[in-house]
Design a protein around this ligand. Structure first.
Ligand SMILES: [Zn+2]
Length: 239
């Protein structure tokens, strides 16, 4: 009996190794038994924004002023070029580290749950969708995995069948703000109006940059009858 238990436990450990990287994504050192994604040292150096603890950062919300009413907006960590967060985001988007995205999102979710009552009235968490051809290429939508981690930690359901990105657009990295907005305009549609009617929704993405994508999603959700839209992202460009 004892042997069987040990066997199952070692199988479970092997399985966990498959899901989580065994090296720290920040410094490439081996992770300890209780460490996931980042070693303790790297995790402590994460440039957390603490935006959810206040005072409230209106500069962030001003990205959307006069365009779409956003109830609440917060990001977990600051993104700086060459820093640990850039490494994490790169791994999450381009190196298949979807489980890492979920794990980091649960860290954030636990903080949000402890320090903020903003989510008591939240009904649904939705990841910003990828177009299906991009999804096929990548094999997953990192925003859905972030939404999954937040959903678990905050105990709020998440859905992937509400918002759909309808047109594929080329990479936005070389475009300015106006071009980006033109680029994402009207590319989102709502699949399931009934399920969002009167609901408080949180939209989730990996990095908040110009806000154009979030803006386009929010407009569609509000137009479709949801009560409010809030935004959570893993990272945001430094102030
Ligand atoms: Zn490390």
């Amino acid at each position: 009996m004892h042997f069987i238990f040990r066997f199952i436990r070692s199988l479970a450990a092997d399985f966990t190794d498959l899901l989580f990287p065994v090296l720290c994504l920040g410094c490439n050192q081996s992770l300890g038994a209780n460490e996931k994604v980042l070693c303790t040292h790297c995790r402590l150096t994460l440039p957390e924004t603490n935006q959810h603890q206040g005072p409230y950062n209106f500069d962030l919300l001003n990205k959307f002023a006069g365009k779409v009413p956003i109830r609440f907006l917060a990001s977990y960590v600051y993104f700086t070029k060459g820093g640990i967060v850039q490494k994490l985001i790169h791994n999450i988007k381009y190196k298949g580290q979807k489980e890492a995205a979920k794990e980091i999102a649960t860290w954030y979710g636990h903080q949000l749950k402890l320090k903020s009552d903003l989510f008591n009235e939240t009904d649904l968490i939705i990841g910003v969708p990828l177009h299906k051809s991009r999804f096929r290429q990548r094999g997953y939508n990192q925003a859905d995995w972030i939404a999954e981690g937040l959903s678990e930690a905050l105990d709020i359901p998440t859905r992937t069948d509400i918002l759909k990105r309808t047109k594929f657009k080329e990479s936005q990295t070389q475009k300015n703000r106006v071009e980006r907005w033109e680029n994402v305009k009207t590319v989102f549609s709502i699949q399931n109006h009934v399920d969002i009617n009167g609901k408080n929704i949180v939209i989730v993405d990996d990095v908040l940059t110009t806000g154009a994508t979030i803006e386009a999603c929010s407009i569609e959700l509000l137009r479709a009858g949801c009560k409010s839209v809030s935004v959570l992202t893993l990272a945001v460009a430094h102030r």
